[in-house]
Design a protein around this ligand. Sequence first.
Ligand SMILES: [Zn+2]
Ligand SMILES: [Zn+2]
Length: 297
Amino acid sequence: MYTLTPHSLSTAPDAFRLRRRSRPCRAAIATRPSTTSPHHTDDTPMKPTNVAIDDPTSLRSTWSQKAWVASGFVSILTPLAKSAVAAADSGSVFEPLLAAYAGYVLADLASGVFHWAVDNYGGPSTPVFGSQIEAFQGHHRWPWTITRREFANNLHPLARAVIFSVLPIEALLDVTEAGAAAHAFVGTCAGCVMLSQQFHAWAHEKARRVPRAVAALQAAGVLVSRQMHGAHHRPPYNINYCIVSGAWNGVLDEYKVFEAMEMILFFRFAVRPRSWSEPRPEWREEEEEEAEEAAAL
Ligand SMILES: [Zn+2]
Ligand SMILES: [Zn+2]
């Protein structure tokens, strides 16, 4: 009899024996449901590309990326404007403010679930999310490159997701003549989701380069702090996935919510998360100077 946790699986019967590795984000293992046994894993390295060294121009924002992000802001500001107009008409401000706060809180949880998913499952060829999965693997090898990305270059994938999510939701809210609170919730949640990669970038930025207002918000816990997110990039490498405020990180990690979800997916689909695999030398985080020296050889 044993408790079903990834850690206890190391003492489980052979059919389910696993060892939980300590570096989930460096791995490059394409995971897919096994057709033979739960042991089956494709160990082909993903080999993320260091774009900051190999192709620095890829960190710049293209016009199409800027257009996507601009459209993303329109899709965020539109429901917020609707909310403001409806609140002014009704004279009630408390409900939309409360709904906006709920949207901000939910966005932090959503950022954690998405980050956990792309850190642990799939690969470059995964439909829709392949490029994001590859980008997150590269981020864990060379986390400093995120601070070199231009704004739209960093945000455009989430801007697209926000646009295609908000449009139908807002259409539904218009049809149902929803009030100010509903629009405030949608606009704030979508805004925090789209900007989460900027919050993430600030959490990696050198302290002296972070704008003072941002540093104050990080210190107040409104935005994810350097210390909190820094823990995600250190052993055991499987905590603090949330990157809006990080408010959910404590409860998610304390109650091992992601480990429980990993166990469910493993026993249901025989898919192992990268966080259960042994570390490889190439998963080690590479400092900026080190990467430049390696590229110069
Ligand atoms: Zn990660
Ligand atoms: Zn990071």
